[in-house]
Design a protein around this ligand. Sequence first.
Ligand SMILES: [Zn+2]
Length: 140
Amino acid sequence: MEILGALLLIGAVVAYLLLPILKGETALLHRDFEEITEAEARRRIALLALRDAEYDYHMGKVDQADYTKLKGRLAAEALEAIRAVDGVDDADLEREIALVRAGMRDGRACGSCGHLNPPGSRFCAACGLALAPPTPAGSA
Ligand SMILES: [Zn+2]
């Protein structure tokens, strides 16, 4: 009888966790996720992927050729998504990418949600996770 109770409890927890997926809701990229447009979601995903690619490259997980190829593709995706969000131009994209890069170098960009935190931050102001230590200067 105790086993049955445990199984029911596990089933309830699994059902609770799977419910959003079964209902077709999208994954949460951010804790204070609210109504965002599809274009905005694509923009965030593209920028996060771009940042991950840079991180992998700096950690030596991806070689130069793959990195260059991947970066070109992701940058194009990010640009397309950003344009769709609010009709911004290439200069805005470059600025946004530069911000993400600067954040990575200073350890300010959150590895979880991408939030850019003030210099010297140790925890993300948006989601509360510990921020990665700064990468050494001149490692690019
Ligand atoms: Zn965060």
